[in-house]
Ligand binder design. Structure first.
Ligand SMILES: Nc1ncnc2c1ncn2[C@@H]1O[C@H](COP(=O)(O)OP(=O)(O)OP(=O)(O)O)[C@@H](O)[C@H]1O
Length: 536
């Protein structure tokens, strides 16, 4: 064996005895992981198990209290992410950090301009990007604007961005959460190519079947420490889940329909113009004709004549690739963005009501972006319980009673939804992503809403917590709750929905039966590969 081969045979990453404490929590305790070069190494664990903290340590965003990190056999100590990049570690974040109005090329070179050079050689940069893309099978057009790209392409740009900075070890944080099955397959193909070029991938995921598909080695973290290192050929998804939670899992129950005859929510001819901010119809145009009029004018529609009913006891699932109108649909129903068309809740026309009034009339809302819309990160858990649920009605008992009630109810949510936290005075920012999500779902389900709008209700939560959230939703549905469910997790959509629709370019294009549709078929409608039957 040559000296060179020996050198490359050293583990890409060795974490030894990593411990990280936060006030009241030991996020990582004596973590030990060895990642072999040229492999895909998955890290799995429950919400709050300590995965993100560990990755932040490995990427120089946080300093461990104890322990050592070795990269390619040499001990390293990072003060910032640029130190990590300096030794070839790159991070592909779950939330893409690209500038929409720039091209792929501009995004990739932005912030990576060579030091000590007064100007940037664009054609050299372009050549390097094309070479990198070619070498790793990451096809993207360097001159396209990022805003015109789909989710899978954006992710490839993020990967190219870290490769361009010289990364040989890539950390991917839940990369498949936002992808449809076809895109997941493409990503995995890309990862296999990277691997065959000798690159190393560290991959965090909650989707255990995917982990079994792509990983060469799996490390399980439970309550901050490494509890198992397994090879995918030795375990099943169920066994992995059991290793994560430390006990046997219950078998999922079959479900029965609870859909009633009573219409709870009626949305009719909902239309949103990309440029317009109209809340009243132009003279002489009916709500039914509005979308057609705009189309004839060549306008771009974010919502194109969307109509549906949701009955009491029904979960309506809407599938769609991100950016096809699902966010706009929710925002229109919540009164956060103007749109034309009818929105009725239990027979009352709520389309001109304020968001607060809509909430007070019985709409629960689990927003898509928990950081921007769902939580006050600097607030305590119980203050977050109050958020969005303040009532304007004067109360004789005053704020102290409200505070006490909010605290008691927060205790209940923490218990019912298994929010892992030292206490309800903890700040929301100190919770792990999945635990923040559990808090939001718990809050939106309290007060027994009549209609729940749930956008990605289990995004980032582990399998155990996902099953618990599903149970809560099913129970509430059995008691008559109407749910509009938007999710990128197709198994969740198929498993929970009573009725399934697909949204494509602002239009509801297909009505499918969740009991006999496969994720692949659904993915086909979502990407437009299968043309939907137009429905209104
Ligand atoms: N900045 C912080 N301050 C205080 N506590 C923190 C901080 N960051 C993380 N923690 C705590 O450390 C623990 C581990 O959190 P971490 O985010 O690493 O979990 P995770 O495995 O990534 O979870 P998830 O799957 O939910 O994202 C949690 O109990 C969390 O509340």
């Amino acid at each position: 064996m040559s000296a060179d081969t020996l050198a490359t045979a050293k583990p890409a990453v060795e974490l030894e005895g990593i411990t990280k404490r936060f006030p009241g929590v030991v996020a990582n305790h004596d973590i030990r992981i060895t990642v072999e070069p040229g492999t895909v190494h998955a890290i799995v664990g429950e919400n709050g198990a300590g995965k993100s903290t560990l990755m932040k340590i490995l990427y120089g965003m946080q300093k461990p209290d104890e322990g050592t990190i070795k990269v390619n056999g040499a001990e390293v100590s990072f003060r910032t992410p640029s130190d990590a990049i300096g030794v070839g570690i790159g991070m592909v974040h779950q939330h893409f950090m690209l500038a929409d109005n720039f091209t792929v090329l501009e995004n990739i070179i932005l912030g990576a301009e060579p030091k000590n050079v007064g100007f940037l050689d664009i054609s050299a940069a372009r050549r390097r990007i094309t070479d990198l893309a070619g070498a790793h099978g990451l096809r993207v057009d360097p001159d396209r604007r990022v805003e015109d790209l789909g989710v899978g392409d954006r992710q490839r740009v993020e990967i190219l961005k870290v490769l361009y900075r010289g990364a040989r070890i890539l950390i991917l944080d839940e990369p498949t959460a936002v992808l449809v099955p076809q895109e997941v397959e493409e990503l995995f193909q890309n990862l296999r190519e990277l691997k065959s070029e000798g690159l190393t991938v560290i991959f965090i995921s909650h989707k255990l079947d995917e982990v079994l598909d792509i990983a060469d080695a799996i490390t399980v973290i439970r309550r901050g420490t490494t509890v198992a290192s397994v090879s995918p050929s030795e375990v099943t998804a169920r066994r992995l889940a059991e290793l994560m939670v430390g006990s046997e899992l219950p078998t999922p129950e079959t479900r029965e329909s609870t859909v009633t005859e009573k219409v709870a929510v009626r949305v009719s001819h909902l239309t949103m113009d990309a440029e317009g901010h109209r809340t009243v119809l132009p003279k002489g145009v009916s709500a039914e004709g509005y979308a057609g009029t705009l189309r004839a004018e060549g306008r771009r529609l974010l919502l194109d004549d969307v109509s549906f009913d949701i009955h009491e006891g029904e979960i309506l699932g809407v599938a769609g690739v991100e950016g096809n109108g699902q966010s706009e649909l929710i925002e229109a129903i919540m009164g956060l963005r103007p749109a034309i068309g009818g929105i009725e809740l239990n027979g009352a026309d709520i389309s001109s009501w304020s968001t607060l009034r809509r909430r007070e009339s019985g709409i629960g809302y689990v927003p898509e972006d928990r950081h921007r819309q769902g939580l006050l990160l600097e607030g305590s858990l119980w203050e977050n319980r109050v958020l969005g649920h303040q009532t304007r009605r004067p109360s004789k008992s005053g704020i102290f009673i409200n505070r006490r009630a909010a605290k008691a109810d927060t205790e209940r949510i923490v218990k019912d939804y298994d929010v892992r936290t030292p206490g309800i005075d903890t700040l929301a920012l100190a919770l792990s992503g999945g635990n923040q999500q559990k808090l939001i779902v718990g809050r939106e389900m309290s007060g027994e809403p009549k209609f729940l709008i749930a956008a990605h209700p289990t995004r980032g939560v582990d399998v155990g917590a996902q099953a618990a959230i599903w149970d809560h939703l099913r129970n509430a549905r059995a008691a008559g709750l109407a749910v509009l469910l938007i999710s990128a997790d197709l198994d969740e959509l198929i498993g929970l929905s009573d009725t399934l629709r697909v949204i494509y370019r602002g239009r509801l294009v297909a009505g499918l039966d969740p009991s006999d549709v496969t994720p692949e078929q659904l993915g086909g409608y979502m990407t437009g590969a299968i043309a939907g039957t137009e429905e209104t």
